[in-house]
Unconditional design. Sequence first.
Lengths: 343, 266
Amino acid sequence: MNSEASLHAVKEQGLKPGWLAFGLLLGSGVLVSLGIGLGSAGWEGLGDLRSDPLAWQIVRDIRLPRTLGAWLAGALLGLAGAIAQGVFRNPLADPYLLGSASGASLGVALAMAALGASPFALQGLLRLSITGAAFAGAAGAVLLTLVLARGAHDTLRLLLAGVVVGVVLGAASSMVLLLTPQIMQAMQSFMLGSTAFVGWSACALMAAVLAGVLLAAWALGRVLDGLALGEATAQSLGLPLAPLRLLLIVLLALATGTAVAQCGLIAFVGLAAPHLVRSLVRTMHRWLLLLSAGMGAALLLGADLLARALVAPQELPVGVLTAVLGGSYLLWLMHRRGLEERP
Amino acid sequence: MSAPESAKEWALQAEQLSVALGGRPVLQDLTLRLPAGRWTSIVGPNGAGKSTLLRALAGMGEVHGQVLLQGRALTRWSRRERACTLAWLGQSQAAPEEMSVYEVAMLGRLPHQGWLAAPSAQDHAAVEQALRQTQSWDWRARSLGRLSGGERQRVLLARALAVQAPVLLMDEPLAHLDPPHQTAWLGCVQQLVAQGTTVVSVLHELSMALLSQELVVLEHGRVLHQGPSADPASHAALEQVFEHRIQVRAIDDQWVALPRLPPRSP
């Protein structure tokens, strides 16, 4: 244990992961309390809210589940992004790369065309069938990718199959849209992503999936570390690659599908969260997975608050904000890296 | 060299091994026995199948024929047991830029660790020893992205050493290493062999290969020659396989391979 202590003493770069985790928790706490107080009429203090039963009901039934929902969906996407980047050993991998996004879109388009419903404005059975269709679509697309790639043996084949599935299912949902133009606007809002209609049951579902996936991913963190040395070395270290990769892809699909079903196709959170974590701490996959979930959560919740506040009492689709913010962050990162590499 | 009597004394045996890559046969009906506790070098021209042979011996890729590790078929070993017994260092491996040197070396301990267990004192000791053996201990906290090619190669070597396997396979371990560190690598291998480890290395540095105990010369996926490195027959095979463009000479009791230049025109 001595050597580990001295290792930390000479560790030359980055925060300790524990500090970042603490910071993310603290930041999330602040953002959640902001989310509770932020209404369409501006900021309200928590004290005022408690004394007014009607306002408190709004907080309990709408703002709180929405705020927690954004946090949970962000965590799922951040975690999925970290898993995807680890499995594919590619920093550009994102949660949607195995076709889950276009699968979910197709599922939702078909459900809306069949039911004639708008995606988020409805509660009860209809909403359930739309989220169910989104999840089934995402899971089905990943399954199709796995079948086309003949299992998880070959990473490149998986990526290519994912691209093919994405394009084909994307074309199919465009076709559905063309044939039923009345769902066009509702589809658009699904594609941009929104946290506006997350209720308590959705929160509970996302929390349960997050807990399960996080635990399983934590247990597989070592595998991702081993994979970072290349597949051959990982194999020589005794890791049964094909079944483990399959398991990781199932976790990836589960996390992505759950988030997408509740909040639509939110862009860039899954890609940017692991990058942000890596730029702040140097760490192994166990911490990277955990911190990426926390970072994704804080990112999406922060973006959701901005989306609610910027043009209040209207609100922006949160997916637009995550795309703009995430995109500019990655650009900045690229720019900074370019500067570092030049002498 | 006196031939080992029982199968136990062979660290690795390949029997009628054939491997095809992309439909092209790379190894053809190759039979080879590598003695335990000795250092064997595999040499041959580009495309002779050296790396493929090493990978097949490590149980990677699809093969026809059989590989025996310590007398037992590779397929009858459990993954973990095999990984503890046989360590493999590939050529130009992927290296995770953001991991620290210490963390990379610790990955060599994966086969010894439980799924969720933290590294034991023994793991830390093995990693420290491996990093000291490769002169990488002093910068153990640096991330791999900040190392030069040679330094990185030493860390990857440390990762393979940290497994502390009785059989160690290395594919071009000297790539990117400067001469002092090549010499250090030599010392490290000799120390391992003195401790009873079987070392098998694929080498392009023929003078280094001539310092090993046993030489395997590959040509077109077949074993052209196997014998002690000091044996004139081995030298003849070496000169032959490289089309007599090299010559093996003794300098200060040490065999070296030198380029054979065409006679200068007057």
